[in-house]
Design a protein around this ligand. Structure first.
Ligand code: IMP
Length: 481
């Protein structure tokens, strides 16, 4: 069975992360965009996200434009939806990259209703939320939070406003009060925005009506999620979240659809380890608070860690190359010190932020989180990256949280968003034997027994169904059950 079999009779697919982002949505978005979809659409977030798109054989990291853009010349439509927040210079930079590679974007549609990330949003975000050291949540510093704040406060500036100079000017004047710490000069801001406005004008649409038309016409639609369920403003570990609802519901409404209209919602789950970037509780984090603080400090980039732990590497054109199977890395993963184990997994799996380059915090996959995600995003799961820890002597999954000092210890099996309880609990782990190389495995039955056992237990606990297991970055390295 291949991915195509999953798609029989399906008009709409959504690729949504069921953890804290960075689960490998890109591989599946790219697959469905290049083989199947007529339309790829994004409904939430902005340039806090990052995904790699291969254009003309070169890897480019895009933050706003969905992966489907590389199929524009064959008529595929790409939509930046109403729920997004758009930084115009960043969008213009990405369009410039496409121009340079001679990739067309004739079928790009930008929602007239998407909010614009203004320069004062970026300044505010950097000053207030980016630095974890000074109590911030460790935002990406891209202005996402302040922009959504203005949206909810009904004073946001939307793409459509760019074409009404008086209205735009009035709205920027009003922002002076909210952003009084900054010296906003209305005409300067307008002068900065205008060239971008003109360049995107041909692509601005009422994308909600367009999406409704695509549905009526039977076009195959792919929704590309951003961030992840546990970063959702509605369902995530509040206040350590992004400012949009990146669940299936929010992603669908961010393009003008209902989650009910999505035939195949795929919840992406990194397995058997998971990651988180930025501050906030993460019950299964290897090394606990020490790891959280360490990942927040400067000076722990990929190069720093490779150097510190004596792993051979080369740097060319800012690209760091090293052997992820270096025996030293495996030694770290098998270390008795959880903090070192966490660094080993980060190095083996290359877990450094695509947008910020920050080291991602690592821990074992938490079935309690996954069960919660099944309740919101639906039962169908895609497991990614189990190949990254091949060679580990053992791995663990958490099936509950031990809580309370009173004996007997209670095991909680439901996820709660309460920060204090998430920080205080001890995961109730089940340990499984490790496995060797699985990159070449193409059928589920050929996966190592311990991995299949873990997947079976995980399905039973979460009530979900694992439809796909990804065993490598390449498209072929995919097992469909
Ligand atoms: P913001 O979205 O920049 O406001 O950041 C809020 C929180 O979400 C921070 O902890 C970020 O590290 C995290 N975050 C935002 N975007 C992503 C993403 O694409 N992947 C993983 N974490 C993200």
């Amino acid at each position: 069975m291949g991915l195509d079999d999953l798609l029989k009779g399906v008009q709409t697919v959504a690729i949504i992360c069921n953890q804290w982002g960075d689960t490998g949505k890109g591989k599946f978005s790219d697959y469905f965009a290049s083989q199947w979809a007529d339309v790829t659409a994004r409904g939430t977030g902005g340039n806090n996200a990052g995904h790699t798109v291969v254009v003309n054989g070169k890897e480019k990291i895009f933050h706003l434009i969905p992966a489907g853009i590389s199929n524009d010349s064959s008529g595929q439509i790409t939509v930046l939806g109403n729920g997004m927040v758009i930084d115009l210079p960043v969008l213009s930079h990405e369009l410039g990259e496409l121009d340079a590679e001679r990739i067309t974007y004739n079928n790009l549609m930008i929602s007239k209703d998407a909010n614009i990330i203004m320069p004062y949003h970026v300044n505010r975000d950097k000053a207030k939320h980016q630095s974890q050291k000074s109590g911030g949540i460790g935002s990406t510093g891209r202005g996402i939070g302040p922009c959504y704040t203005d949206k909810v406060a009904r004073r946001g500036i939307i793409i459509g406003d760019l074409f009404d100079r008086d209205k735009l000017s009035r709205k920027i004047d009003r922002a002076k009060e909210t952003y009084s710490e900054q010296n906003i000069n209305t005409s300067e801001v307008i002068d900065q925005l205008m060239p971008f406005a003109e360049s995107i004008r041909p692509f601005v649409r009422d994308t909600v009506s367009e999406m409704h038309r695509f549905m009526r016409e039977g076009k195959k639609i792919l929704l590309e999620g951003a961030q992840g369920l546990l970063l959702s403003i509605e369902h995530g570990t509040y206040p350590y979240v992004t400012s949009s609802d990146c669940s299936l519901n929010g992603t669908a409404s961010g393009v003008g659809l209902s989650a009910k209209m999505i035939d195949l919602p795929l919840g992406i789950v990194k397995f058997p380890f998971m990651t988180r970037v930025g501050a906030g509780p993460f019950p299964t984090e290897l090394g606990g608070r020490r790891s959280e603080d360490y990942c927040a400090e400067d000076g722990h980039t990929k190069i720093d860690e490779l150097t510190k732990y004596g792993i051979d590497h080369q740097v060319t054109d800012k690209i760091v190359k090293y052997n992820k199977n270096d025996p030293r890395i495996l030694e770290m993963i098998n270390s008795g010190d959880e903090f070192i184990q966490g660094i080993g997994i980060r190095l083996a799996a290359g877990e450094y932020g695509a947008t910020t380059g920050r080291p991602r915090r690592t821990g074992w996959t938490d079935a309690v989180v996954a069960k919660y995600a099944v309740g919101i995003n639906g039962p169908i799961m895609v497991l990614t990256k189990p190949d990254s820890i091949s060679g580990a002597k053992q791995f663990k999954l958490s099936y509950g949280y031990k809580s309370g000092d009173i004996l007997p210890v209670q095991i909680v099996e439901d996820f709660s968003r309460d920060e204090r309880s998430l920080r205080e609990v001890d995961p109730a782990y089940q340990t499984y034997d490790g496995y060797g190389d699985i990159n070449g495995v193409r059928s589920y039955d050929k996966l190592p027994e311990s991995l299949r056992k873990a997947i079976g237990d995980f399905e039973t606990f979460t009530g979900g169904k694992v439809a796909v297991v990804s065993v490598g970055a390449d498209r072929e390295e995919t097992i469909v059950r």
